[in-house]
Design a protein. Structure first.
Length: 565
């Protein structure tokens, strides 16, 4: 066919040949399906040497750019670190007396634990059962005598609309009240009553149980409350070292959860002193020699010629603008100066402010160099520095005495602060409260109030003064802030009694700043938390968590309504 086209021409060939008989080739751009190096000799050694045609030219370019003007600089090998550590010695909720902190204390329970108002029925029953089990393990079978001396009493109502379930009344028969047993162990009367005739091992088991009960269930002394209802956040201060050291750090707006160095501000003018406190001790010295290692991070450029780099992190795809100086500096460090950074690991004590006084290193040529502080010149360089309102920074690393991430259970109480644009009001919706047994109870299952109508005789319309919202919808009414022209929110009621049943809305009066309730609303929950300290002991407490709600709410509140009969 190609020869016919060549002899007759394209036009004549198309005139006498049907179109269906012509086969046109489909031309597509070439595409690579596989790329691999090939050697003519079969030996890839020459290609792997990466030889160049004119090495003298490359040497001349290196000389031209000054790459040969170097120094006899050795690589840092050993780093000598000296400093001081001042441990946390005092803790104070805002506006309340301070108390002493020890090395065993965890800061999360100190901050989030609620003031004790009474053990729940479940806590008292479980505490008493644990005491009986520990005594049996110690060889003392005194369960019957313990139940007789410390009977478990069940309240009728406990301030909650629903009574205690019948199951709990049945389980309380023969139960042991942990709170009553704790009082007897503290005053020593237990040795002559239900622990009479037992050995020293059983008495020590009772004292060990008391230590656990006071630390996790019912503290013997009242704890300060760091929760600020007006702001829905925590506010507290800590002090490191002696009072004269002026190392006071304050967490003004802590939302809850883990406490880290960035939660604090340095406030040297504040005073956190414990009543009857002994004179402070000298700070702990730090003297350590460690090896210097290269800084490594994900996506770091490879330092060798033939080495595959990790493609999961691609700094070349970062979107950055010329005015974004922080991101440009980060990319410059990640791609250019990454090999110029070394790490000197140092173990520091928990719950302390660590300040370095000297950093020296030795090189491979046994040269000794001192590293000057970066914040002593005109252009200060600072990392992990705490600033404050006074402008005086804390030149040190603050290491809070925190544990691992706390385990949290299901919320035992939930309150939603929402705005009702229709009624032009702010509501505190108490969806869930904690009953006398310790279990949560859903208030939305309570019966709703019935509407009251006024129906005059021989009238076509029915007059309704106002609709009555459910009992768990507590109004927050605006109250003027003196002569400032603003206002704050205060808990109100449609009756003479307080309709709130939980702990979140318990204070009287309860005031909140108006800006703390945005248009989307706020949810405050009480959640049980659990954490182990540095000795492995369990710590239990109830914390509060604040999160964003799901928009506005409407209680259907109306007034002065005329309805057809």
């Amino acid at each position: 066919m190609c020869a016919d086209i060549a002899r007759e021409g394209v036009a004549a060939f198309l005139d006498r040949t049907p179109v269906s008989a012509i086969r046109f080739p489909i031309l597509a751009p070439p595409a690579w399906t596989r790329l691999e190096p090939q050697s003519l000799s079969g030996e890839p050694a020459q290609a792997l040497t990466a030889r160049v045609h004119d090495p003298l030219w490359l040497l001349a370019r290196q000389w031209q750019f000054g790459e040969f003007d170097g120094e006899d600089a050795g690589t840092p090998v050993a780093v000598e670190l000296t400093g001081t550590a001042r441990r946390f010695t005092a803790f104070a909720p805002e506006g309340q007396p301070a108390r002493t902190m020890t090395e065993r204390d965890l800061i999360e329970p100190e901050v989030e634990a609620e003031p004790f108002t009474g053990a729940t029925l479940r806590d008292r029953a479980e505490g008493g059962a644990l005491l009986a089990a520990m005594l049996e393990d110690a060889g003392a079978s005194v369960r019957s005598a313990l139940a007789t001396a410390c009977p478990l009493a069940v309240p009728d109502d406990g301030g909650i609309a629903a009574p205690v379930p019948a199951m709990w009344r049945l389980l309380a028969r023969g139960g042991i009240d942990g709170s009553a047993a704790a009082k007897q162990v503290e005053d020593g009367s237990f040795a002559a009553s239900w622990a009479a005739g037992t050995g020293e091992l059983a008495l020590q088991a009772a004292r060990d149980w008391l230590e656990w009960y006071r630390a996790n269930v019912q503290p013997s002394v009242g704890l300060g409350d760091c929760w600020r209802q007006a702001r829905l956040e925590y506010d507290f201060s800590v002090r490191a070292g002696a009072p004269e050291d002026r190392r006071v750090c304050r967490a003004v707006a802590h939302d809850g959860g883990p406490v880290d160095w960035y939660s604090f501000d340095h406030e040297p003018g504040d005073s956190v002193a414990v009543e009857g406190e002994a004179p402070g001790t000298a700070p702990e010295p730090i003297d350590s020699t460690v090896h210097a290692t290269r800084l490594r991070y994900a996506g770091m450029p490879a330092s060798r010629l033939r080495r595959f780099e990790d493609g999961q992190v691609n700094f070349g795809m970062v979107e950055v603008q010329p005015h974004d100086l922080a991101r440009l500096a980060f990319l410059d460090f990640a791609t250019v100066h990454a090999d110029d950074w070394l790490i000197a690991p140092l173990d520091v004590p928990r719950g302390a402010v660590v300040e370095m006084t000297s950093v020296q290193y030795r090189t491979t040529f046994n040269e000794r160099f001192s590293v000057e502080q970066g914040n002593t010149g005109v252009q200060d360089f600072e990392l992990f520095t705490l600033d404050g309102s006074s402008g005086e920074a804390l030149r040190g690393l603050l290491v809070p005495p925190g544990g691992r991430t706390a385990m949290e259970g299901a919320p035992v109480e939930e309150v939603v602060f929402a705005r009702d644009e229709t009624a032009n009001m702010v509501w505190a919706i108490e969806n869930r409260v904690q009953g006398p047994t310790g279990d949560p109870r859903d208030r939305t299952l309570e019966p709703r109030p019935a509407d009251e109508f006024v129906t005059p005789e021989a009238a076509d319309l029915t007059y309704r003064l106002e609709t009555v919202p459910p009992g768990w919808w507590i109004p927050l009414v605006p109250v003027a802030n003196g002569r400032s022209g603003g206002f704050h929110l205060r808990k109100g009621s449609f009756t003479d009694a307080d309709a709130s049943l939980g702990r979140i809305l318990a204070p009287l009066p309860l005031d909140m700043f108006e800006e703390e309730v945005p248009r989307e609303g706020v949810v405050v929950r009480r959640v049980p938390s659990l954490m182990r300290d540095n000795k492995g002991h369990l710590r239990r407490w109830t914390a509060r968590r604040v999160s964003v709600a799901h928009g506005g709410a409407s209680a259907g509140f109306t007034s002065d309504s005329a309805l057809r009969r």
